[in-house]
Design a protein around this ligand. Structure first.
Ligand SMILES: Cc1cc2nc3c(=O)[nH]c(=O)nc-3n(C[C@H](O)[C@H](O)[C@H](O)COP(=O)(O)OP(=O)(O)OC[C@H]3O[C@@H](n4cnc5c(N)ncnc54)[C@H](O)[C@@H]3O)c2cc1C
Length: 406
């Protein structure tokens, strides 16, 4: 049974969607919560769309968001296209596409001003028997009953409590980009704007879907068409080359969009003409600034380390094929708050949270790995080969990409 814990304190590291949903839910069950975000300026989205699932909206409503706020661009149909532009497969699946900015604004506004600190970066953690101290780079030290590591895929908290857990490169990258609806040629708009579109060049996959426009504009003519193009890139060769900027510096893990070399983008555009159905090539060609997301898996066996606990991308990161990042972070936050409320001690609540979310996180990572196996240049074992075999048919791809986790 849920109890109110009015004298408990939580320090949430990371003020993005996972940290805010956790903070809101803990605060609702009586905790005194402080959120510390590294960025010195308010967070702003990278602009790419978010595929939403019922469970995401349910989690946001549980955190106090008004159900009337559920909206975005509705997509009902999916289609996979051949290289010549003909349709190979069609299916139907209702989905609402929104933007990171929109979701972030909802939770950020619900939180309010008190207890949310920008420019505060966690550097170290000290564990006591029944409390935890967060040490920040500005010299601040904050003591709490619980420290929630909601600090994303490069999590400092994870590096401190579980240094052996490292992102594992999947062997391919996602090129992403968006075009304003009004900038699309009419025939491309008619063919692919209102659907979840797919094409499958050999060993690759490109998906498109419409998303909201600037300031959450959902009016026809003001939305955007978003794409993700998954392409193999061997770590030592292609990936290293793509991550190298014009000054010859090779970036670790990813590269800021403005630093991608023009010839890399030119190659992408040339490849789109060679490999993609005409409307998809038009979309890639029309995109002003494509950006890169190398694909990584993060998984682990533990989420609770004394009074420090991980959630969201800090805990598990699945490849984007399942469209689960934001939804999983929100569900982790719900599970954490519920387990802490339904157990007498914080330690028991954390143990129950870990027991619930580790298997779930592993399942999502595994499912995404299967969906992405087809793009891996090197398949390590029989399981991956079988997954690649299964998940390259247009029917399997359009029926399983970014559908709700059952
Ligand atoms: C600014 C921003 C924009 C994004 N835009 C998109 C998008 O357009 N599409 C999409 O699919 N996903 C986007 N994401 C990723 C998406 O939010 C996550 O994949 C998912 O929601 C899981 O969220 P999370 O809260 O676990 O992690 P994240 O959203 O990655 O948030 C982690 C937060 O922790 C902060 N942080 C990291 N280290 C420290 C530290 N040492 N001390 C304090 N704070 C720290 C980071 O600055 C970040 O705000 C974005 C994330 C951010 C931060």
């Amino acid at each position: 049974m849920a109890r109110a814990h009015t004298n408990r304190t939580a320090l949430v590291v990371g003020g993005s969607i996972g940290g805010l949903v956790a903070g809101l839910l803990l605060r609702k069950s009586g905790w005194q919560v402080t959120i510390c975000e590294r960025s010195p300026v308010p967070l702003a989205g990278r602009g790419a769309g978010i595929v939403t699932h019922r469970a995401l909206w349910d989690s946001l409503f549980a955190a106090g968001i008004d159900p009337a706020m559920e909206d975005g661009v509705v997509v009902e149909n999916r289609a996979a296209f051949a290289r010549d532009g003909s349709v190979l497969e069609r299916s139907s699946y209702h989905q609402i596409m929104t933007s990171w900015d929109r979701l972030f604004a909802l939770v950020r506004e619900e939180w309010g001003e008190h207890g949310y600190h920008l420019g505060r970066e966690l550097a170290a953690i000290t564990h006591n028997a029944d409390s935890v101290v967060g040490h920040f780079t500005d010299g601040t030290m904050l003591t709490a009953d619980l420290l929630v590591g909601a600090d994303g895929f490069r999590s400092s908290v994870r590096q401190i409590v579980a240094p052996d857990v490292q992102p594992l490169y999947a062997g391919y990258v996602g090129w992403r980009g968006m075009v304003e609806e009004g900038d699309l040629p009419p025939d491309t708009h008619t063919a692919i704007f209102n659907i979840f579109g797919f094409c499958l060049p050999p060993g690759e996959q490109l998906i498109t879907y419409p998303v909201v426009g600037e300031d959450h504009d959902v009016r026809p003519g003001h939305r955007r068409l978003n794409f993700v193009w998954y392409r193999p890139a061997a770590a030592a060769h292609e990936l290293a080359d793509i991550l190298t900027d014009a000054k010859g510096h090779t970036h670790a893990l990813s590269i800021p969009p403005p630093l991608i070399r023009p010839e890399v983008i030119a190659r992408l555009r040339a490849d789109s003409e060679r490999l993609l159905p005409p409307h998809f090539a038009t979309l890639v060609r029309t995109t002003k600034a494509p950006f890169l997301q190398p694909i990584y898996d993060i998984e682990q066996d533990r989420l609770a380390f004394g009074r420090a606990v991980l959630l969201g991308d800090a805990a598990f990161q699945a490849r984007p094929h399942v469209g689960a990042g934001v939804t999983k972070a929100a569900l982790d936050a719900v599970a954490l708050a519920q387990n802490l409320a339904s157990h007498n001690t914080i330690d028991d609540g954390l143990a129950a949270y870990q027991a619930e979310r580790v298997p779930q996180g592993k399942r999502i990572v595994q499912r995404a790995r299967h969906l992405g196996a087809y793009m891996q240049a090197h398949l390590a074992n029989d399981e991956e080969r079988a997954a690649a075999q299964r998940h390259h048919s247009p029917r399997a791809v359009i029926e399983e990409t970014a559908v709700a986790d059952s």
